[in-house]
Design a protein around this ligand. Structure first.
Ligand SMILES: *Cc1c(COP(=O)(O)O)cnc(C)c1O
Length: 404
């Protein structure tokens, strides 16, 4: 970031906030649909949606209405009391999962917390080992971090909670070998259906089914982290269900609340019974306002047929980018509106910067993948607009001097 972009607000951020994020390049003040507006009045097409969170875009009328009327009615009760919205949301998620066994929900406020709950459920099996994928991402709290297969993220915070071991993502044989070292002590396997933060990495066809089979064979819980892939993001309500798999635990967050902070840990069958009274909790989890937002998101996905829309638009967006045949683009991977543009050179950061200069928000993951996770309401016109703008963005990124 160049000094002339630094305004007073950004320097106040630098002073007032902890240094864990680095200095953001942009000050945003409002949003409508897929568009956000910066402090200087400039508009951007938001193709990252607050990291796959703003599923209905910004200020969607259904979310605004649900949140406003709920906060005016009953804003918070804690889990000491029943309120109708939390029950309705739990039941709605159960019916969307469409599994035979009963489903129980635990609500929290983030993806990391949903995975912490899953971690504790795993411990309650009486077994201690948890197997997680290399390059996976499950969050920044200690339990979620322990399951995150990225050593550099864990290293500054060691020692980690014990018992987590890692296997190469998508490698059934390696996972089987690891399980078989101590099957009776293995509590759970946790996987993402597509690795999101890890660079939009898809496992080989059939991998989730293989994990399911292996877990069933040894009485191991299968935890599927759908924090990023869930709630229609990949062109299916749940990527794991689309793959024909019934996990024991599914974790959700990001897109669920349409911008409101909410996470969910869903236990299917026995897994839903393992936490007993007093063993886990959260003050804000299941907050009526956040639950109302989630219900509005789920209802809109249904009434606007967004699952099919995301599938179609994702395929269109991926195909159009590949069709550009630009020398910096190797291929596009991912599913639905969770796409990774794989570059032929380590220029992801430069693409992110050039895109922003052209009025588009995208996200570099790693050095050579650009992630697109736009609102699910993205239109064909917006796809066309971005694809038209992309060649000069890619040219600029190719020519740009490497920024750090
Ligand atoms: C983002 C993410 C998390 C962490 O969610 P937070 O809300 O940031 O705690 C966990 N798992 C996956 C797959 C994610 O993409």
């Amino acid at each position: 970031m160049s000094p002339q972009d630094t305004t007073d607000l950004t320097s106040r951020w630098d002073t007032a906030l902890m240094r864990n994020y680095g200095t953001p390049p942009l000050e945003l003040v409002s949003g409508r649909g897929v568009t956000v507006t910066a402090a200087d009045g400039r508009e951007y097409l938001d193709l990252l949606a607050g990291i796959a969170v703003n599923s209905l875009g910004h200020a969607h009328p259904a979310v605004v209405e649900a949140v406003s009327s709920q906060v005016a009615e009953l804003g918070h009760v804690s889990n000491l009391y029943v309120h109708p919205v939390v029950v309705e949301l739990a039941e709605r998620l159960e019916s969307l999962l469409a599994v035979e066994a009963p489903v129980r929900a635990f609500f929290c406020n983030s993806g990391a917390e949903a995975n912490e709950a899953a971690f504790k459920i795993a411990r309650r099996t009486g077994r201690s080992r948890i197997l997680a994928a290399e390059n996976g991402f499950h969050g920044r709290t200690m339990g979620a971090l322990a399951m995150t297969g990225q050593p550099a993220k864990r290293a500054p915070f060691e020692p980690m909670p014990a018992g987590v071991e890692y296997f190469p993502y998508g490698d059934t044989a390696a996972l089987r070998a690891l399980v078989e070292q101590a099957p009776a002590d293995t509590a759970a396997v946790i996987v993402e259906p597509v690795q999101g933060e890890g660079g939009v990495v898809e496992p080989p066809e059939g991998f989730l089914a293989d994990v399911r089979e292996l877990c069933t064979e040894h009485g191991i819980l299968m935890i599927v982290d759908e924090v990023q892939t869930g709630i229609a993001r990949t062109g299916a309500m749940f990527a794991s269900r689309k793959a024909g798999v019934v996990p024991d635990v599914i974790t959700l967050a990001k897109g669920l609340g349409g911008g409101l902070p909410i996470g969910a840990c869903l236990g299917i069958g026995r897994a839903g019974e393992l936490l007993t009274a007093g063993q886990h909790g959260t003050t804000f989890g299941g907050n009526p306002v956040a639950c109302a937002a989630a219900l509005a998101v789920l209802k809109t996905i249904d009434t606007d047929d967004l699952v099919a829309h995301v599938d179609r638009l994702g395929k269109l967006l991926a195909a159009e980018i590949e069709c550009l045949d630009h020398p910096l683009v190797d291929h596009v991977r991912g599913r639905g509106l969770l796409l990774g543009v794989v570059l032929t050179a380590p220029r992801a950061k430069e693409v992110e910067e050039a895109a922003r200069a052209a009025g588009y928000l995208v996200g570099a993951t790693g050095t050579d993948v650009v992630r697109l996770a736009p609102p699910l309401i993205l239109t064909e016109d917006q796809v066309a607009q971005f694809v038209t703008a992309l060649p000069p963005i890619l040219d600029a990124a190719s020519e740009k001097e490497t920024s750090s």
